[in-house]
Design a protein around this ligand. Structure first.
Ligand SMILES: *Cc1c(COP(=O)(O)O)cnc(C)c1O
Length: 366
């Protein structure tokens, strides 16, 4: 069985650089907020073109910290997509606010901006669009909506770091954005990691304090925060991974184009709008008999994965409150989507073989 995501080949390519970085940290011994943390934050901010990048313990905390710094909490409503990884809604609930789910655009699987306005109430404080599968939602339309109703716009860019929207980078398209460096994300570290991005200096200061136990200075706590720091070691590793990331994005695009060439005319695959680029966190399509399709693919040595089999509102913990809600396109996607291997170290031949196998297996499930 080939791997769904190949992390070992990348490691082999950059092993001496990674080892040197790790050794440097072990020698200076500043494991918490060491020099590599600020170095990476500068590089990350430069990469997306924003003023402030704040590294975080993981992508989940990176979603929570902005909401804490903004004072979003009990009595507030936060609008988000019904179709995402659980963390997006989970953090809205964890700060004490109420998630308000909106259906997706079936072509892109991102939040359907045209439907949002009817969910806005006097309690609404923020919109959290999810840049699912590696591309952003319609961020200009979302910005206009947020501005009109005086709402915060928080991009969940956990899957889209490196993507572009009208020439601008994901994570620099909203008031604040969160990303994840979970190993399987387009840019991943060797454990949990994440980052927050903003151009707002006041918010950046507040978020940095929240990340570090609400400290304005050492042992002087001005707010309730958390321990949301990213280890110096992970930052050191990410510096080397970020250096090769632009090249990896191109390789991902190359693999995606091979998949599209074979599959786009034969089945429903995700659509990337003309003025956007995607980093292909997943390459996702829809099939009729998903269980059977996955089994057939597995028998041919090709792993597949489902992101995500259950809409957010139908998760057991939300069932009583939101389970009755029906989101046509979310429900359809949850029942039909499946992703195939996607990483920069697939060869063209492997990608061709995977695509052809998909068509073969789709044929056999009819
Ligand atoms: C991965 C992911 C997260 C959470 O990131 P972690 O680093 O795993 O905490 C949040 N939102 C989305 C859309 C994700 O894919």
């Amino acid at each position: 069985m080939m791997p769904f995501i190949d992390l070992k080949t990348q490691y082999k390519h950059i092993k001496p650089k990674i080892m040197k970085r790790i050794e440097t940290v072990l020698e200076h011994g500043q494991y918490i907020l060491g020099p590599e943390v600020e170095e990476l934050e500068r590089e990350l901010a430069a990469f997306v073109g924003c003023e402030y990048a704040i590294t975080m313990s993981n992508g989940t905390d990176a979603l929570m910290v902005p909401m804490m710094a903004m004072g979003i909490g009990p009595g507030d409503e936060v609008i988000t997509s019904a179709f995402s990884f659980f963390a997006t809604a989970e953090m809205i609930s964890l700060v004490g606010a109420t998630p308000v789910f909106v259906d997706i655009d079936p072509a892109t699987y991102t939040i359907d901006v045209a439907q949002i306005e009817k969910y806005i109430t006097p309690k609404t404080k923020a919109i959290v669009p999810v840049s699912l599968y590696g591309q952003t939602a319609d961020m200009d339309a979302l910005s206009a909506l947020a501005k009109k109703h005086n709402l915060y716009l928080i991009e969940d860019g956990a899957q889209s770091f490196g993507a572009t929207y009208k020439g601008r980078k994901s994570c620099n398209l909203s008031h604040v954005a969160a990303t994840s460096f979970f190993p399987a994300k387009p840019l991943g570290c060797y454990g949990d990691g994440g980052a927050i991005f903003t151009n707002d200096s006041t918010l950046a200061k507040a978020m940095k304090e929240v990340r570090n136990q609400g400290q304005e200075k050492r042992y002087y706590h001005t707010r309730i925060g958390m321990n949301g720091r990213l280890d110096t070691l992970q930052c050191a590793i990410l510096l080397e991974k970020l250096a090769i990331f632009p090249e990896e994005i191109q390789k991902r695009e190359r693999i995606a184009q091979i998949y599209l060439k074979h599959l786009a005319s034969k089945m429903k695959v995700m659509t990337v709008p003309k003025d956007q680029t995607c980093v292909w966190a997943q390459f996702t399509m829809e099939v009729d008999n998903r269980d059977q399709f996955q089994k057939l693919m597995q028998e041919r040595g090709i792993p597949t994965s489902v992101h995500y089999p259950l809409p957010m509102n139908k998760q057991p913990v939300y069932q009583a409150e939101f389970g009755h809600l029906i989101f046509e396109h979310t429900d359809n996607a949850a029942a039909r989507v499946v992703s195939i291997p996607m990483h920069p170290y697939l060869t063209d031949l492997e990608a061709e073989t995977i695509a052809k196998t998909v068509l073969e297996c789709v044929g056999q499930t009819k």
